[in-house]
Design a protein around this ligand. Sequence first.
Ligand code: BMP
Length: 229
Amino acid sequence: MAGGRVIVALDPGVGEPLSYWLNIVSRLCGGVAGFKFGLPFLLSYGVDGVRVSRGLCGDMFIVDLKLADVGDFMVSTVSRFIDYVDGVIAHGFIGFEGALRELKDYLDSVGVKLAIVVSMSHAGSLDVLDVNIDRLLWVADRVRPWGLVAPATRPHIIGYVRSRAPWAKILAPGVGVQGVRPGDALRAGADYEIIGRAITRAPDPLKALQTINLEHEKILGGMGVERVH
Ligand code: BMP
């Protein structure tokens, strides 16, 4: 059973064996909110890699291709792995009609969650995304997805997204290797921290996760949130 506020990003390097990642999925299963599979994973191991991982763990699986296409093609893309996932991530800047509306309708019809990127963790997000955050949140409000992706690296953006979209789960990347301390994004209003290398490249990934989960428990306790769900 899933627990905690960490979504572990599984991002293999070129030539790494699938077994390394399957071992992480089995060891961490039950102690995380979920796992995120991105392009590196899909290109290395294909949909089969996700299918095999699903056989090991029932936690929330999110496929993150940061989709940014016309609706029909996004639907065609996600239909290839839809049986093995609980959520997918798409960009918000593609807008509603002809894109996110079609994707959301399809995902609703099969019971899979959608999360939309409204801001990113790197500095270049300021160039286009952040100066248009109100417009992106307007799109998000039309789509009403399950989740929004906003950066742990800029807590004021998380706070802003929290205030403008109280209905959304906020998923925050940028913790660990990108410089943010575990728990800071939760403090700012995020529901989940997306964490990759700080866990998957640690000498003992399970220990690294447990340390972060303890930190999260403390922070959520201090915020009056009774337990990690
Ligand atoms: P790491 O914790 O190792 O830096 O990994 C971060 C993960 O979050 C990666 O999978 C990356 O694709 C993703 N991510 C990000 O870093 N910034 C964003 O704005 C959006 C992301 O999905």
